[in-house]
Design a protein. Structure first.
Length: 256
């Protein structure tokens, strides 16, 4: 393999920058095309072996109450239909808590425009002084993906259900004692804008009791900037720790 080809491959493999308003499932850090919910495991449109993501979620910009979650993730897609990811996350709350995670899913069935994928996300090792793996955090899930094309737009609809962090992933310490579970629904609209670089994606999803909205903007064919807001329905509650008077609150579990 010559130097030119090697350089091209490395650039293709590297880089998605994440900017998002903040939890354990930091937006865009899990396998798939959505922010926090699972999506189709395998896509023939992907021409890269793996993708590196670096970014975070901010829950307060104030110098006195600044909090954010940082994440690094590596996502690999195989020709046999597997999508594998590893992640390292530093949580906004509790401060100083770090996690290492493993995630795997596979396409198990396809009929027409409907694709069924299943897997396990959030096999997480927590570095919090106890150094444990929380079994209840593991996310077993199945996702149905329907892909449609109209004019110059492509619409992917992802819906399904899962356990663990997919069911409930708060911004604060998780004090629930049982296994959480819940459904999810997401839309990914690929537009003709920035088509030369792959197309601008508009995202909207419901997961864990909240609505997330975002976009994926390809700066070049090899680099993408992802932006989004989690718990969009609570946007007015952003950075409540630094507000004054009756509006001042501690960081909420469903903070945007």
């Amino acid at each position: 393999m010559n130097l030119k080809m090697t350089t091209k491959l490395i650039l293709s493999f590297l880089s998605i920058i994440i900017l998002s308003f903040s939890n354990s499932r930091v937006s865009f850090s899990r396998p798939g095309e959505m922010m926090q919910i699972p999506s189709m495991a395998f896509s023939k449109n992907h021409n890269t072996l793996f993708t590196i993501n670096v970014g975070g979620e901010v829950v307060n910009f104030s110098s006195d109450f600044r909090k954010y979650s940082g994440a690094f993730s590596l996502k690999i897609q195989t020709k046999t239909g597997y999508n594998i990811g590893v992640s390292a996350v530093s949580l906004a709350s509790p401060v100083g808590t770090k996690e290492a995670g493993f995630h795997i899913q596979k396409t198990i069935f396809q009929y027409g425009d409907v694709i069924i994928s299943s897997g396990i996300h959030d096999l997480i090792y927590i570095r919090d002084g106890n150094d444990v793996i929380q079994i209840n955090d593991m996310s077993f899930f199945t996702v149905f993906t329907n892909k449609n094309k109209f004019d110059n737009y492509d619409l992917s609809i992802n819906f399904g259900g899962g356990t663990g962090k997919i069911g409930y992933d708060p911004q604060t310490a998780d004090i629930s004692s049982g296994i959480n579970y819940g459904g999810f629904l997401g839309f990914n609209l690929k537009t003709p804008y920035f088509q030369k670089n792959g197309g601008l994606d508009l995202l909207m999803e419901y997961a864990g009791g909240g609505v997330n909205a975002g976009l994926k903007m390809p700066i070049t064919s090899n680099f993408t900037v992802n932006c989004g807001i989690t718990h969009f329905e609570n946007l007015g509650e952003f950075a409540t720790e630094s507000k004054l008077g009756s509006e001042q609150k501690e960081l909420q579990a469903d903070a945007p």
